[in-house]
Ligand binder design. Structure first.
Ligand SMILES: Nc1ncnc2c1ncn2[C@@H]1O[C@H](COP(=O)(O)OP(=O)(O)OP(=O)(O)O)[C@@H](O)[C@H]1O
Length: 253
């Protein structure tokens, strides 16, 4: 579904050119879930923004479902670290925004939005404004908005990073179910290694700048996950191996 081939990104800055992403190759199969972890500033966000068509490539190519990414596309839904909801629109109106940018929303769109809100337990909040919702609820609404145009791929940049631990755990379970029930292809950036192992099928480790993929780990659990996965010794072992992979590279900087 996603094919990333020898992708590089160089930014021009006052101090000279900054190589943020260096010849990254990555393939994600349809319905797959890949998490990307790496030290701060290693180019994760830049890579995700290039996948989303929000940043140009300096070199290489990115294909989504066979087509080169040349700009934002309805095939891609993006969720950012902070829920970027418009304060003056209700939750339902916020959800319908991606549709409105292309055409007038109809009753079927409104039904679809309500179905998504029901999936994440926000049925009663459709007509409320973002400020009336907690951070976790707003982030759920943002995930619904990324899904409204029925994209084949969802890209998430630390979507749960700004939430408290309990809310984050709830959303992990919800997001796992959402992924399984919709069959979407997911790429998620996170700093949280246990989160990556809990949610993804594959965890990709990026090394410090210039950002390159240094190691890939397969997660030994099926798609259906719950709290018991974390008690499995393989969970802790994998978290440790990924942490060691990250730390090995940090010390050889
Ligand atoms: N628009 C830009 N102009 C110049 N340099 C940039 C730009 N965007 C990112 N960079 C540089 O590219 C590098 C990678 O940044 P990026 O935000 O992708 O890292 P990251 O891995 O997502 O970091 P973090 O985990 O801290 O969010 C950094 O050195 C950053 O300073």
């Amino acid at each position: 579904m996603i094919h990333i081939e020898q992708v590089s990104k160089t930014f021009a800055s006052r101090g000279g050119a900054v190589l943020a992403v260096d010849r990254v190759d990555l393939d994600v199969e349809p319905g797959g879930f890949v998490a990307i972890v790496g030290p701060s500033g290693c180019g994760k966000t830049t890579l995700l923004r290039m996948m989303a068509g929000l940043e140009t490539l300096s070199d290489g190519r990115i294909l989504v479902d066979g087509d080169a990414v040349v700009g934002p596309s309805p095939k891609l839904g993006v969720v950012f670290q902070r829920p970027v909801l418009l304060e003056w629109r209700t939750i339902l109106q916020n959800l319908l925004l991606p549709i409105e940018l292309r055409r007038r929303p109809n009753d079927a769109d409104r039904e679809n939005a309500k179905r998504l809100l029901a999936m994440v337990g926000l049925t009663d909040f459709a007509d409320r404004y973002p400020r009336e919702l907690s951070g976790g609820m707003q982030q759920r609404a943002s995930i619904c908005r990324a899904l409204i145009a029925d994209p084949e791929v969802i890209l998430l940049d630390e979507p749960f990073g700004a939430l408290d631990a309990l809310t984050r755990e709830h959303l992990h379970l919800e997001f796992n179910e959402l992924w399984r029930s919709t069959g979407k292809t997911v790429v998620m950036i996170t700093h949280d290694i246990p989160e990556a192992v809990f949610l993804a099928e594959r965890v990709v480790v990026m090394g410090p700048r210039p950002g390159r993929i240094i190691e890939t780990f397969d997660v030994p659990f099926g798609p259906e996950r719950d709290e018991r996965v974390q008690a499995d010794p393989r969970f802790g072992q994998l978290v440790l191996r990924i942490r060691e992979s990250l730390e090995a590279k940090e010390t050889t900087r």
